[in-house]
Design a binder for this molecule. Structure first.
Ligand SMILES: Cc1ncc(COP(=O)(O)O)c(C=O)c1O
Length: 370
């Protein structure tokens, strides 16, 4: 496994650079969530919890899934994890055997490729189209008798693309027709500007969904995520039991008081999400408006990344170097797969005023004295 290119870039940043590399909300966790975790500590909720997490939290997630997406997921089929990162790890470890092939998109979030390798599986990238949509025929063509599962991510990191209902249905049909498992990473499901979020869980039983609290509630440091497995898939393959074994021997359980914070996040006023999304949208509009004369780009539909095409100025890596010299930190698209060679990823989860400054510097760097 390679170490993360994104981490390497962070290590070179100084106090004077504007960091558009980092993938986390700059907001502080809403107060009522912090208070709930403090209360849990004061009340002595400092012990191990059940391996799969406190029942109230799993029950609340189950209710939310019914309310938001009309999904029937029993709390027994939900596991509270140490961030979505652990959810992805448990999903892949419980499904992928040595030599199995796993279809991912190119570009895709870095963890997929590396976790598949950790499971001794083989990532099989399917290149996204120019507008970052996924050609279902290309997915079909990449299936072999070693293919075990497909990992998708909507809204997407690094592209900001929200998969259409047709794409999600197409992937779900493939899962049914070829008996593959879809692992759907939906950590940005609430950070969406237009279009509706769709999940393969709506269309196929061959599905595991990974989600978390990091992005939706600005809780990256809390390390609380969750996953859920369709009842049918679990009864056929006992996946939850397998996951619990891995989880038990590696993490035991997610942090107790952080789980109570997450519970307050779900039970409390949801307007904190809308406020954050409104601000992300304002920043997205600023970045799109500022950069569309510099790069070819597709306005992001969700998440908080933009993935402009750098072809006019060289590879993404060359553009990253030029920006770095001018105090702007972004990530070369190739870090997310070969399909990102002529792209850079900018995160706009940074203060508006800093983004304004960054956009001006980027314009100056590439358009010069215009
Ligand atoms: C697509 C995607 N999945 C999963 C994660 C991991 O999230 P967590 O903080 O919940 O582990 C990230 C974080 O950047 C992400 O972008």
């Amino acid at each position: 496994m390679a170490s993360s290119d994104i981490r390497k870039i962070f290590d070179t940043s100084s106090n004077n650079t504007i960091n558009l590399g980092i993938g986390e909300p700059d907001f502080t966790t809403p107060k009522h969530i912090i208070e709930a975790a403090k209360r849990a500590l004061d009340e002595g909720k400092t012990h191990y919890t059940p391996n799969n997490g406190i029942y109230e939290l799993r029950e609340e997630i189950s209710k939310k899934l019914k309310m938001d997406y009309n999904l029937d997921i029993h709390p027994e089929n939900i596991i509270i994890t140490c961030g979505a990162s652990e959810g992805l790890m448990l999903s892949l470890m419980s499904v992928v055997d040595r030599g199995d092939e796993v279809i991912i998109t190119d570009p895709a979030f870095l963890s997929y490729r590396n976790l598949i390798q950790l499971c001794e599986g083989r990532p099989v990238p399917v290149k996204l189209e120019e507008d970052f949509s996924l050609d279902i025929e290309k997915v079909k063509e990449s299936i072999t008798d070693r293919t075990k599962c497909i990992v998708i991510n909507t809204p997407g990191n690094p592209t900001g693309k929200v998969m259409s209902k047709e794409e999600i249905k197409g992937i779900s049909d493939i899962a049914e027709d070829y008996n593959l498992i879809v692992i759907s990473d939906e950590v940005y499901d609430k950070i969406i500007y237009h279009k509706k979020h769709h999940s393969p869980m709506e269309y196929t039983d061959n599905c595991i969904v990974v989600n978390g609290f990091s992005k939706t509630y600005a809780m990256t440091g809390w390390r609380i995520g969750y996953l859920y497995v369709s009842e049918n898939l679990n009864s056929r393959l006992n996946i939850v039991d397998h996951m619990i074994k891995i989880h038990q021997y590696s993490f035991a359980c997610a942090t107790s008081f952080a789980q109570y914070g997450a519970l307050a996040a779900l039970r409390g006023d949801q307007s904190c999400i809308y406020e954050m999304v409104r601000e992300f949208r304002r920043r997205r509009d600023l970045v799109v408006k500022g950069l569309k004369d510099v790069f070819k780009l597709h306005p992001p539909e969700g998440a908080f990344y933009i993935f402009p095409n750098t072809e006019e100025y060289g590879t993404g890596e060359e553009v990253v170097k030029r920006l770095m010299e001018n105090g702007i930190l972004v990530v070369p698209g190739v870090a997310f797969g070969k399909g990102g060679l002529y792209h850079i990823r900018l995160s706009y989860a940074t203060k508006y005023e800093l983004l304004e400054k960054a956009v001006e510097i980027i314009k100056e760097t590439f358009l010069g004295g215009m």
